[in-house]
Write a new protein. Structure first.
Length: 215
């Protein structure tokens, strides 16, 4: 075989490989976009219903010892953003957020005190995660100036959210759940092809505190 024919064979093989790769990529993009277009109207409808229902929230506590009052989920809002993938406009992410407020009355003030570094780290991470409006006060020994404890005065109000971020190149949707089971962040990647009404129903159950298979 001449050198030119060798180059032709090599070029043909590469062309076939690239065509196959483009086809796989296109399938992933389409599957991911379909999933996002399933999520968006579901979130929009869910937000409307839950804004009326105002379901009770899970239990919240900054230090694991001092419980917040009975809380509820209110003011559900949905947002979506778009991006371009290879000159094609697609959904970048879909998000739904809500406020967590007392079931009765307005948010009030409370205080927790900690004196161990690991407890301090846990409380401060939850305050930032909320975010929770608060003030930090260090209590020191009057003579030795040694730190005795840290007091956090905070308002009993926080936020929760679910964000579904599309990864069109891998054909996945990455879910990030904030404060759906107390102060926590849960990250859960899902294959786009598996996202359907049943799966989103399980997610909705988790948001309102019912037994759920969503992980």
């Amino acid at each position: 075989m001449s050198f030119l024919n060798q180059l032709k064979t090599q070029a043909k093989a590469l062309q076939t490989q690239r065509t196959e790769e483009d086809s796989v990529f296109e399938e992933r993009v389409n599957a991911t976009e379909k999933a996002c277009r399933t999520i968006l109207p579901y979130f929009q409808d869910l937000a409307r219903q839950l804004s009326v229902i105002e379901p009770p929230s899970p239990a919240f506590s900054l230090d694991g010892k001092t419980p917040w009052p009975a809380m509820k989920l209110v003011d559900f809002r949905v947002d979506a953003r778009r991006k371009r993938v290879k000159d094609q406009e697609v959904i970048d992410y879909v998000g739904m957020g809500w406020r967590v407020v007392p079931q009765h009355g307005k948010p009030g003030q409370d205080t927790v005190s900690v004196n161990f570094p690991i407890e301090m780290q846990r409380v401060e991470s939850r305050l930032m995660m909320g975010p929770v409006k608060h003030e930090r006060h260090e209590v020191r020994h009057p003579e030795k100036s040694v730190l005795l404890e840290v007091r956090y005065t905070y308002f009993t109000e926080t936020r929760g959210s679910v964000t579904a971020t599309a990864d069109h190149e891998t054909g996945q949707v990455h879910f990030r759940l904030l404060n759906t089971d107390g102060f926590e962040v849960l990250n859960a990647p899902w294959p786009a092809a598996r996202i359907n009404q049943e799966m989103l129903d399980e997610l909705a159950k988790r948001i309102v505190g019912q037994p759920s298979r969503f992980t």
